[in-house]
Design a protein. Structure first.
Length: 537
């Protein structure tokens, strides 16, 4: 009897457990699908041939699976032709998203468009670590809370802290669940690697970053180090001690001065970084012939006035410039006031990247403009002078054309040019030739272009540089603008010339510029005045 009672008790317990399991599954299923399919109406309808049918199903995510009456039809965006007219059960689903079910009506002679929005399924994940204040990244993005909501599916997790070994693992997040992911970080072994400089050569007499060199290296954990600079004969120049490493990437800026505070002469130098049992060496050069060109940023790169020059700022320099001033014409008292902000970068000793943006104040609508240029300059060095040569590419556009169609360089269009120059410590003389297509909006021929040839020169002193420039703009082609009265080709469309003065007070990294120029265009004279402020970083 007792045995039968136990059997009866166990059978009832099994029945109750199975019932609860079924109820749980029903609740999950009802959360997974809506209880009843929704009626889905089409976004729009287009009449097509009689007795023909066509439906298009779109979703807020790409490649969602589409089923009709339980049969897989394809992935969104999906178009199905020539279905029998009638009522269909539509199901749209994708991993990590809550599927949706609908009822749709397919009618003959109509093309119907349906849109389905799927919502992501989420789970909660809590991260724990044996070490406090760690950095945790999920799928490459840093998180700032211990518990986060993640979409259902696989995720990559990385945890790191300086001084400890980085750990990575993949986790799978299930919908409507909460899981804890734990990490046990171990202390890292010390090593030093990736010792390098940001430039091969530099001139310690230049201001700002142009006159410094940056040493960088990687360490895995806590420690201290010693950077020592030697000349090519292994005579010690100076040493810099790093007392405590507190991050992986170490950076040391050096101004090129020895232990007595004096700038070191030209030549080859050796830098050695030592820490624990690790030591790495790198060579670099001090070159006092590297100069700060003291040129402003034009639509075609750095130059004098409106002309690009065959000069380039020292490697790893950043130039920021703000400039503006009025333009007067013989027809109007005040023609415009162009205001601009410019930036220039020299990632390598032979490459310059510039950008310029602004607007034309005191002009109807205050139209904006944007242009950029890439300039590559190479140097043939001699004891007393350099011969510089190179090329440039440029592109730009504006809401309106600054000058009348063609003739003057507006900064619009796409073009390129070649540059050459002779440079000494006290003097620069250069020439440039550029061709630009698409400088106006309304053209009759794809051959429309501007060719600008110019000469520039600069007298250089320690704190003040005086530049002069002159250019001739030729135009070829014709636009449909009513103001455009020229013939197809005009070799002497516009002339421009002026002065460009740069002032560098107290050998600082700040420069001021003053430009005065005159443009003769279409028998009208334009007088331009501009002041600017530059900083060399």
């Amino acid at each position: 009897m007792k045995f039968k009672k136990y059997i009866f008790f166990l059978s009832n317990l099994l029945y109750i457990t199975s019932s609860l399991f079924c109820i749980s599954n029903i609740n999950q299923e009802s959360d997974y699908y809506t209880t009843e399919p929704e009626i889905l109406t089409s976004e729009k309808k287009i009449n097509i041939q009689k007795r023909k049918t066509k439906i298009t199903i779109r979703a807020n995510i790409q490649d969602a699976e589409v089923y009709l009456n339980g049969q897989y039809e394809g992935n969104t965006d999906l178009t199905i032709n020539n279905l029998p007219e009638g009522r269909y059960h539509l199901r749209v689903e994708k991993d990590g998203y809550k599927p949706r079910r609908f009822v749709i009506n397919v009618r003959a002679g109509e093309e119907e468009f349906y849109y389905v929005e799927l919502k992501k399924l989420f789970g909660i994940v809590t991260f724990e670590s044996s070490v406090k204040d760690c950095s945790i990244y999920v799928d490459g993005s840093k998180i700032y809370e211990e518990s986060v909501k993640l979409a259902e599916g696989e995720h990559s997790v990385k945890i790191e802290k300086f001084g400890y070994k980085t750990q990575q693992k993949n986790i799978y997040v299930f919908r409507n669940t909460h899981q804890v992911v734990s990490f046990d970080l171990k202390l890292a072994d010390f090593y030093l690697t990736s010792f390098k400089t940001n430039k091969k050569s530099f001139n310690p007499n230049l201001p700002g970053a142009s006159g410094t060199i940056k040493f960088s290296f990687y360490v895995s954990t806590y420690g201290s180090g010693l950077l020592t600079i030697y000349d090519e004969f292994l005579n010690e120049i100076c040493s810099i001690k790093i007392d405590h490493f507190n991050t992986w990437n170490q950076i040391i800026n050096w101004n090129g001065k020895n232990s007595s505070g004096y700038s070191i002469p030209n030549g080859k130098y050796i830098a050695i970084i030592k820490s624990a049992n690790f030591s790495e060496t790198i060579n670099f050069y001090v070159d006092n012939s590297i100069k700060l060109p003291k040129t402003s940023i034009t639509a075609s790169g750095t130059g004098l006035g409106v002309l690009p020059t065959a000069t380039i700022y020292p490697e790893d320099s950043t130039i920021l410039e703000i400039s503006g001033g009025p333009v007067f014409s013989t027809e109007e008292t005040l023609f415009s006031v162009p205001l601009s902000v410019s930036i220039g970068l020299t990632p390598f000793s032979w490459l310059e990247i510039t950008g310029k943006t602004g607007f034309f104040a005191a002009t109807e609508g205050s139209p904006c403009f944007l242009n950029g240029a890439v300039k590559s300059i190479f140097k043939y060095k001699n004891d007393s002078f350099n011969i510089n040569y190179g090329f440039l590419l440029r592109a730009g556009g504006s809401e309106d054309i600054y000058w009348e169609p063609f003739g003057a360089d507006t900064g619009n269009g796409f073009g390129g040019g070649i540059l050459i120059g002779l440079e000494t410590n006290k003097f620069f003389l250069g020439a440039s030739s550029e061709i630009v297509w698409g400088s106006v909006k309304k053209v009759e021929s794809t051959t429309d272009c501007i060719i600008r040839n110019g000469i520039s020169t600069q007298l250089k002193t320690k704190n003040i540089n005086l530049g002069l420039f002159i250019s001739n703009n030729s135009s070829f082609g014709h636009s449909t603008e009513l103001k455009d009265t020229r013939n197809k080709n005009n070799l002497f469309r516009a002339f421009e010339g002026g002065v460009d003065i740069s002032i560098q007070p107290f050998s600082s990294q700040f420069l001021f510029s003053i430009k005065e120029s005159c443009l003769i265009f279409n028998e009208i004279k334009y007088f331009k005045s501009e002041i600017g402020f530059r900083i060399i970083l």
